[in-house]
Structures are given as C-alpha cells and as structure tokens.
Design a protein around this ligand. Sequence first.
Ligand code: DGL
Length: 273
Amino acid sequence: MNADPIIGIFDSGVGGLTVLKAIRSCLPEIPVVYYGDTAHMPYGDKSPDLIRSYTRRIVRFLVDRGASHIVIACNSASAVAGDIARQEAGSRVPVTDVVEPVVQEVAQRSRLHCVGIIGTRATIQSGIYQKHLAALRPDLDVRSLATPLLAPLVEEGFAGTPVAREVIRHYLKNELFRPIECLIPACTHYPFLFEDLNDFFWGRVTILDTPHIVAHAVQKQLSDRIVSRQNKQSESPVQVHFSMDTLSFRQLCRLFLGSDQEITESPLSSLPD
Ligand code: DGL
C-alpha cells in the first residue's frame, strides 16, 4: 500500500477550507489537493442528480491528481452522493464523508438527550443525520431545520456581522430548538458562524466542532499509512483548484493558507463527464 498518501478534499466552495485547515493541523505532512466548486455553489438547493453529477467529476479530478484518500467536505454532497463518490473513487481509494464521524461523536455522548441539526435543504431533506442517529441512539430527541440562507451569507463574507446574526435569530428562535443541548452545524460553511451561533445561544448549547471531528476521523483512518513524522521536515504542499474565480474564495484561501498560496481555476465543465 502507498506509504505516502495524498488527501483529496472537495466542497461546493469555501466551506471545505475549514475541514482542510483542521486536517492540516492534524496531518501537516500529508499533501492535499482541494477542489472548491464555486461555479455551482450552493449545492444545498440543487437536485440530488445534479450534486451526484458534480461529485462524480470532482472525485475523478482528484483521483487523477493522485489523491489516495478522498474527503467529501460538503454535507450536501455527503448526504446525497456518498455512494457515487465511493463508486468513482474505486476500492483502492477510501472516501470519508462529513456525516458519519459526526454521527459517531454524537452517539457516544451518552448524557445527551436532545440535539439540533441545521444544514442546507439537500442535507436536511435527505434525512441522513436523522436516520443514522436513530439507528445508533434511538432514545435521542433529534430536531432538524433547513437554514438555506446561511451558506451564501458566509460565501459573501457576512459571517460575524449583524446581518448574519439577524438571519440566525430568524431561523433559530423557532420553538423547535428550545430544548436542544447540542447543535450539529451540518454544513461546512457554518464553522465561520461559530461565534454568531454561540452568541445566539448565550453559550448554553454545545456547538460541535465538526471540522476537527472529521479531521480526527481521517487521521485515524490514515494512521497505518503515514510515514513517521520524524522523516518529514516540513509541511507538505496544498494544491487548490476552484471551478470559478470568486473574490471570497481567493480571500479565504489566503487567510487560511497564506498569501502565496497558488489557486488554479479548473472549471468543472472542462472535466470529462
Ligand atoms: N458546502 C455545503 C454543505 O456543506 C453548503 C453550501 C452549499 O449549499 O453548497 O452542505
């Protein structure tokens, strides 16, 4: 088995950079290829068929660039296209989605009685979190709500502003969420809103750090394939591709990866179907 893996990560846009950052902090020696499908963002309002078609092409793109492990850093794609990603990656390239590690984490919190889930329409309507949690923790009271405006707000740079806080208030003042003790931000864009969400709940609700939960799952899965850190001198490179140039993608890439990070436009339309 290849002792020097390459991780391929993809998302519909900037949200997956939160997962990339968490993976880099656990596994700085592993090279990464990232694809942000900015041209088709938001995935959350697209049909499952469209999301599956984008996913298939992106997975092929990442595998062609040497990815030996794929991370679907997008909840909407994880919810409706995990099977197609695994099929496209083939048996030699494991695929980690963002749903399973979070479900496992929640299920093992035995003192938890009521959990809230927010995400895109695609994720919430798929029922994937609800189904998997019901299988592992049938006693858990699970409440879910689609919050489709939040990801575009983040993509447009509104996290941490009164606009974001007002939209959060509009969604979460819903009676449904009153008894929750823990919130699953089931969208890779939502970690940017962590402070705003925490302020809304006055710190009384545990908001899961989903990027780190996923990063630790990837670290565990790769543990037998990682060459000892002692043999590696510095951070491995990150290749960043996106399907359409957007200002927020460039800005957040620089913020997360440094101002000299190279970013390549690789439109999905030029990738084979
Ligand atoms: N990355 C998507 C997700 O985690 C959110 C943004 C979108 O709708 O594309 O579901």
